[in-house]
Ligand binder design. Sequence first.
Ligand code: NAD
Length: 435
Amino acid sequence: MSTKQTGPTALAGRLNDNAEWDDPLLRLAQSQFLKAAAIMKLDENIKERLLVPQRSLLVSFPFRQDNYSEVETVFGYRVQHVLTMGPTKGGIRYHQSVNLGEVSALAMWMTWKCALMNLPFGGAKGGVRIDPTNLSRAELQRVTRRYTMETISMIGPDKDIPAPDMGTNEQVMAWLMDTYSQQVGYAVPGVVTGKPVELGGSQGRTDATGRGLVYLIREAAEHIGVELKRATAVVQGFGNVGRSTAKFLEELGVRIIAVSDVTTAIYNENGISVNSMVEHVDANRMLKGFPDGQEMSNQEMLELPCDILVPCAVQNQITGDNAAQISCKLLAEGANGPTTLEADQILNERGIFILPDVLGNAGGVTVSYFEWVQDAQNYMWTLDEINARLHKIMTDAFRRTMLRAQRDGLDTRTAALIEGIERVAAAKLVRGLFP
Ligand code: NAD
C-alpha cells in the first residue's frame, strides 16, 4: 500500500521534513509551484519530482583575507534544479544570507524562467555566504577562484553555466572563466555568461535584465493604460538591475521619484537624475550621502504613491505586512522573490498589475543564452541584433502569459509559472524514467 501523503502542503512538508534545503524562500517557491500545479492538474509524480532540487553541492573552504593572519571558513553552494532540458543555467550570488534553501529556491525559479522563455536550459543557482561589499579586489578574486575550484565538477559549457547575480559582476565571471580554463588547459568562454566582451561576453548583457524589464513595463503600461511620459517610478536597489531599469525608464520619460540601496532610500518628487546617482554610487560605493533628495527608509519608500514600483534588490520585500499600503499601479519585479504569496493575493485583489519575477527579470538569462550561443559558434552579434532578439522573446512571453491569464482567469504570476511548468513537465514525460 502506498504511504504517500496527499495534498500540496503535505507533499512539501514530507519532502522538506529534516531536509537540508528547508528554508522560507524555498517554501515560497514551492508554494507558488504547488498553486500552479493544482490549477493545471499536474501529474502527481512529476509534481513531486519538481518540488525539490535534483542535485546540490555544499562546500566549505578557507578564505584568506588581505590581512594574512586571518582565514575564514566560508560556505559555497551550487544547486541544479532540473537536468532534463539541457545544460543548467543560473547566477552566482555573494551575500551574507545565502544558504542551501535560498539557492534551491532561486534554482527552481530559473527552471520556470528558462522554460517560459523557451530557452534550452534547466534551472541552477550558486552562491557563497559572504558579504562582498567590503572585500578588496584581491579578496574577491581569491573567493571566486576557490569557489570555482570547489564546484568545478558541476560546471561546464555543456553542463551548467553560471552568470552574475547579486554581489557578483562581469569581473567575477572573468575570474571564474579563467580558473576553469586553467584547469582544462584551454580557454573556455562558454563556461560562464555575463563576462566582459573582451573574453567572449555578449553586447548588451550587463543591461539585459533592466532592458528586458523595461520592454515589459512598456507592454504592461499600455495594457493598464498608464502613459509612461507622465508616469512616476520607485526603484528599490541600485545595482546591476536597478540602475539599468532606472536608466531605461528615464529614457522613456518616466520620472524616477525614489531609489534605494542597502544603505538608504532617496526621495525627490521632482525626479532624480539617474546619471548623477550612478556617478555618486560609483564614487562612494553607496547611495547614502546623495545630495539631491530626502532620505527615508526602504520600507517607507516601498509605500510611496507611484505608477510603477520596481523591486530590484532582495527577496521578501512586499509581504502580508505592507501589501495593503503599496500604492503603485504596476509592480515590475526585477528581483527574484520580492513578493510573498500572501502579498500576491492582496495586490491582486487590489487590482495592482504584477509583472512576476520569472517573466520580468528574464532578460538577463535570455541574453546569457545569446552569449552562450555566440561562444559556441564564434558569432559576434551587434547590440541592435541582441536587443531586437531580446525584445521579440520578452514580448512573446508576455503575450503568452497574458493570453493564458485572460483565458483561464489567472493572476499573471500563476499564468507565467504554468507556461514554464507545462514545458518542463512535457519534457520529463517524453524522456521517461531511468532505469
Ligand atoms: P547587485 O548586487 O548588482 O545590486 C543589488 C542592489 O540591491 C544594491 O544596490 C544593494 O545595495 C541593494 N540592496 C541589497 N540589500 C538590500 C536591502 N535589504 N534593501 C534595499 N536594497 C538592498 O544585484 P543585481 O544583480 O542587481 O540583483 C538584484 C536582484 O535582481 C536579485 O534579486 C537578483 O537575483 C535579481 N536578478 C539579477 C539578474 C542579473 O542579471 N544580475 C538577473 C535576474 C534577476
